[in-house]
Design a protein around this ligand. Sequence first.
Ligand code: AMP
Length: 267
Amino acid sequence: MGLEAGKISNLLVMGKSGAGKQPRIDVLVREFDLDQLSTGDLFRTYLKKFEEVDFEGDLSSFYDEETDSFVSDEEILWSLGPVAKWDDPQGVVLGLKAKYFVESGKFVPDSITNEMFGTVFKSKECRGWVLDGYPRTVAQTENLLNLVVESGSNIDAVLIVEGDDDEIVARTTGRRICPNCKKVYHIEFKPPSKEGNCTHCGTPVIRRSDDSEEKIRSRLEEFHTKTELSIKFLEHQGIPIVKVPGNLSEYSREIVRKSVMDAFDAI
Ligand code: AMP
């Protein structure tokens, strides 16, 4: 049985940050001819827009812990300086808000995440999505189910990439990414073939700003308290869920492909 290329509208790939989702997503994109939509990548794009502004102040001055909200967008823009020179002031504000959470290893609040995700999900024609890193909470899952109904599509299946917390911490601290084409490397297990530069496009690879042990542990905690509930919620909706190990004793492109395809064959 399994899934058929050309007949898939949405596949969800879920798992702890650093579990090894990307190689499995690559398999799904190739085998089923799908497009990847990653909320982590979207947030990093906005983060970059904000970083281009060169603001050196303290981001927490824009956030009120008591009311759990930011000051108004107008106030943020006013504090950042002359907005006229920026192409996308709203993108800069979103980047500032995302940075505040991403860099502390926390999930970005649902209101911000849902709005950003919904805009992209609704605006792009695609062959079918592999959703990466969304949903991560019950509120995001509800939002996705509504969007899917509105668009007349459905969620075909969920792939969970499993991994042990301590192993993930050990692996993620060695992770490097290409800021240009988003390819993911590991200094020990999968180094880029051109010394320090992306094998694919040649750009120097970098360590993600949120890949320190403290921030990784904080993201794992977020997964246990929020994402595990959203997986249960999806299960209750009767959506097929399959699981694959993120850490394989032997690793090759073919072994990863087989592990993913075998899991979907069981549906
Ligand atoms: P990722 O690349 O998927 O590990 O995401 C990097 C960071 O972006 C996460 O640690 C969160 O701070 C933020 N993020 C990505 N996706 C979401 C989401 N669905 N909900 C909340 N925050 C998210």
